[in-house]
Design a binder for this molecule. Structure first.
Ligand code: M6R
Length: 359
């Protein structure tokens, strides 16, 4: 039931702080230790490569997870679109471990990969919102997202829950394998900060509505840009915008713009920069200026400690690895208000189904 909300998507965006708190409750014991099954940690620790597989938003959550696993655990991790992996399997390492990300647990493309994984007796984990779903039943291990039902076609709270569970798992695995970086990463505390930060962003809806009315309602194209983890978020931000508001949006590695795509910038093209990483903040800012010099309307989504006077959306500070949990929220709301402003059916965009059970 969506209660007083006009659309499920808005309700689900607003539920994200509560989902973060629930995950803390579900995944930590009284002493603050992650409660991940030892058998799972053992199996993962024996792998020489982690393969994350998913589609759409779940693939995007995998892109963030891979960065977190490599940093905290030190096992090489790659991320794959399931419909590609199923038919163009890359050369695999000797001891692979597979992580399936799927909100519904029913995505046919991902299942196709899992069937083959099982044929080869490779160990696997499904991270899903739906207990006893097909991908959950067929994988060796399951961890749940505890996000509650996600009804809107555009996935929001499942994305942030997937990233949070990946971070908790990476922390637990890193500690299990005695990796000092993991020991120093206080994911429980950070998820508390994230929950409060999400709340403050969802409390600023009127700013996001005004920005979308002013900059996104008319143009046919838009760009999200960023570097590193901000680039990964920009892919998800662009997917949200195109999926529900039909603006042709691209997420771009900001350094790549000048290698071709900047030719598309014209007067009034919205270019939104995501800036949360110390090392690359200055570079993304100069890439934004380059587009502005060619007529773009630039907007910024920036972590507080990197913010400048004329930035548009300021995010509370959290650990850099978890910044996607906050930077995606304004992007979800910008997409929502753009779709709403156009009078579209936000929850049921044309041509799309919530769960894609055909290949
Ligand atoms: O249920 P899944 O997470 O496996 O679904 C994967 C994609 O179909 C899904 O994330 C899709 O991209 C969403 N509509 C995006 O908002």
């Amino acid at each position: 039931d969506k209660g007083a909300y006009p659309f499920y998507m808005l309700k689900e965006v607003d539920e994200q702080p509560a989902v973060m708190r629930k995950l803390v409750q579900k995944y930590f014991d009284e002493d603050g230790k992650p409660t991940i099954d030892e058998e799972l940690l053992k199996s993962m620790s024996e792998a020489d490569h982690l393969y994350i597989v998913g589609a759409g938003t779940s693939y995007h959550a995998g892109l963030i997870g891979a960065r977190i696993f490599e940093k905290l655990v030190g096992i090489p991790t790659s991320v794959h679109i399931s419909s590609e992996f199923a038919y163009e399997q890359p050369l695999l390492s000797k001891k692979p471990f597979f992580i399936f990300l799927s909100q519904s647990g029913e995505t046919a493309d991902s299942r196709e990969v899992l069937v083959n994984v099982n044929k080869n007796n490779w160990p696997s984990l499904t991270i899903t919102n739906v207990d006893k779903s097909t991908l959950s039943r067929e994988a060796t291990f399951t961890e749940l997202l505890y996000a509650g039902p996600e009804i809107a076609v555009a996935s929001t709270k499942a994305y942030t829950a997937q990233i949070a569970v990946e971070a908790i798992l990476a922390k637990a695995l890193g500690e299990y394998m005695n990796k000092p970086v993991a020991g120093a990463f206080d994911v429980k505390h950070q998820l508390g900060l994230v929950a409060n930060g999400m709340q403050s962003i969802t409390d600023s809806k009127s700013i996001l509505k005004d920005l979308s009315d002013k900059y996104l309602s008319k143009p046919r194209n838009a760009f999200y840009i960023g570097r590193g983890i901000d680039w990964s978020v920009s892919l998800e931000a662009a997917l949200k915008l195109k999926e529900i508001s039909y603006v042709q949006a691209e997420g771009f590695a900001s350094g790549e713009l000048k290698h071709g795509t900047i030719a598309l910038i014209e007067k009034g093209t919205p270019v939104i920069g995501i800036i949360t990483q110390d090392r690359t903040a200055g570079l993304t800012r100069s890439n934004l200026e380059e587009t502005e010099a060619r007529g773009a309307n630039t907007l910024t989504i920036v972590s507080r400690h990197l913010a400048k006077d004329n930035d548009n959306i300021i995010l509370p500070d959290v650990d850099e690895l978890l910044s996607p949990l906050l930077s995606v929220v304004p992007a979800q709301l910008l997409a929502y208000y753009t779709s709403l402003g156009k009078g579209l059916d936000v929850d049921k965009p044309r041509n799309l189904a919530k769960s894609v059970t055909v290949q």
